[in-house]
Design a protein around this ligand. Structure first.
Ligand code: ATP
Ligand code: MG
Length: 430
């Protein structure tokens, strides 16, 4: 295939032998969110460029060099969303969702960033994002974190560490910023090009550098703890106490900052050591200033986003990826009038058993070829229609797996009973 006709670099198809993993993960996330009272919101994939510049911050990797920005036919500057919070806040303001009420919201979908593609880093990637509006206290972050920890348990996500930090109030950040400028200026010769630029524009972001050569310098940088304001300190203490109370372990990482400018106070990341450099599977924090910054009435807010590809890569890495769902039965039919009999029987069964996963043989073939397909499908049962069965209205039920490959002939009611037993034995598995 010529390069021009292939998928765009860093953007991937999810093929059928993996799409079930996505669905299983999405189902766990959607169910958990539902149980905690979070409601889904769906925003457009494209927004006005100004929205991202104003919210994410002009001096961030995303806005400086990662956005897919283009002019539409009217000459308007539009951008494929690089993240979901900006669009979510925009939608809330636009539709008056924040007036005198709290909101717990979530969304999922593709995000776009022009980064260097590598394992765990793509140009189109999928996020599940969650936001809480109107709650000033740390119980908002605690709930978000507890809910995420629950999802990890449901999904069998192994060994992820919760890292926690606080960035304090905007004033505390300003004081911290000055300290950082002093520190990094004294080591100017050790700063890479990006960091030198950030020293003037946004020194906090130097701490978020991914350059390994910068890490030692960053490790020794001053921590924000010394510049913290009393309210932010107390907020952080209360959050920590709540996490202790619900039994979610964490590590305070005093140099954790986030790649976006809008965070205040709490920031957190869930990090694994099993995915190399792209080890953060979920990240978020509090952003009390953003709603007002985008023209809404000042509203406290907190949220996070998880990276679906990284999460699934981690599950595959440890053999915990969700298994594909096999059909309960495969319908084999051979002989005069076989297709019609198979269609009639299968539709009748589907009417009577809405949970039935039944794959009907299509395109004919002899018994041997059809059984091969039945076997490959992973079905527990084969339903068999031969000339005799078609004539007599019977169906042969053959167990394909397990102890005995037994088979027996049934009338319709008997076949229904066999299928019902198989569906029930699968428990809640749909
Ligand atoms: P990183 O530090 O890895 O670049 P980030 O701080 O830019 O991440 P966020 O904007 O907070 O990431 O996005 C939340 C989550 O989305 C990340 O923790 C990660 O799991 C996922 N994510 C971010 N960028 C990508 C990408 N380019 N490809 C795949 N997943 C991504
Ligand atoms: Mg990034």
């Amino acid at each position: 295939m010529s390069k021009g006709l292939k998928s765009v670099r860093g953007m991937h198809d999810v093929l059928p032998d993996q799409s079930h993993e996505w669905r299983a993960l999405e189902k766990v996330a959607a169910t958990t969110l539902d149980h905690y009272g979070y409601r889904e919101i769906r925003m457009p994939i494209v927004e006005n460029t100004a929205l991202f510049k104003r919210s994410i911050g002009e001096v961030t990797d995303i806005v400086e060099k990662e956005m897919y920005t283009f002019e539409d036919r009217n000459g308007d500057s539009l951008t494929l969303r690089p993240e979901g919070t900006a669009g979510c806040v925009r939608a809330c303001i636009q539709h008056g969702l924040l007036h005198n009420q709290q909101q717990r919201l979530w969304y999922q979908g593709p995000m776009f960033r022009h980064e260097r593609p590598q394992k765990g880093r793509y140009r189109q990637f999928q996020q599940i994002g969650v936001e809480t509006f109107g709650v000033a206290g740390p119980e908002a972050e605690a709930e978000l974190i507890a809910m995420t920890a629950r999802m990890w348990r449901e999904l069998n996500v192994p060994e992820v560490e919760l890292q926690l930090n606080t960035l304090g109030s905007p004033e505390a950040r300003q004081r911290y910023r000055e300290q950082l400028v002093d520190y990094f200026s004294a080591h100017r010769d050790r700063l890479d090009e990006d960091s030198q630029r950030r020293l003037e524009s946004n020194p906090l972001r130097i701490l978020d550098s991914k350059n390994p050569e910068m890490q030692a310098l960053i490790e020794s940088a001053p921590a924000i703890a010394d510049s913290l304001d009393a309210e932010s300190s107390e907020h952080f203490e209360r959050l920590r106490a709540m996490l202790d109370a619900i039994g979610v372990p964490y590590r305070v990482n005093p140099r954790l900052v986030r790649g976006l400018d809008y965070y205040t106070r709490t920031v957190f990341e869930w990090v694994t050591t099993r995915l190399g450099a792209q080890g953060t599977i979920c990240a978020g924090g509090r952003y009390d200033g953003l709603v007002a910054q985008l023209g809404g009435r000042a509203t406290p807010a907190a949220g996070f986003a998880m990276g679906v590809e990284r999460l699934l890569e981690l599950l595959r890495e440890v053999g915990a990826a969700p298994a594909p769902v096999a059909p309960h039965a495969y319908l084999v039919a051979v002989g005069q009038g076989a297709d019609q009999a198979a269609a009639a029987l299968s539709e009748r069964l589907r009417n009577d058993l809405p949970a039935l996963r039944l794959r009907v043989n299509l395109g004919g073939g002899g018994f041997k070829a059809q059984f091969k397909r039945a076997d490959k499908s992973g079905a527990r049962l084969a339903l068999i229609l031969g000339e005799d069965e078609i004539r007599s209205g019977q169906v042969v039920v053959k167990h394909l797996r397990g102890e005995s490959a037994s088979q027996s002939s049934h009338d319709y009611a008997g076949a229904l009973a066999e299928l019902t037993a198989i569906i029930d034995s699968n428990g809640t598995d749909q």
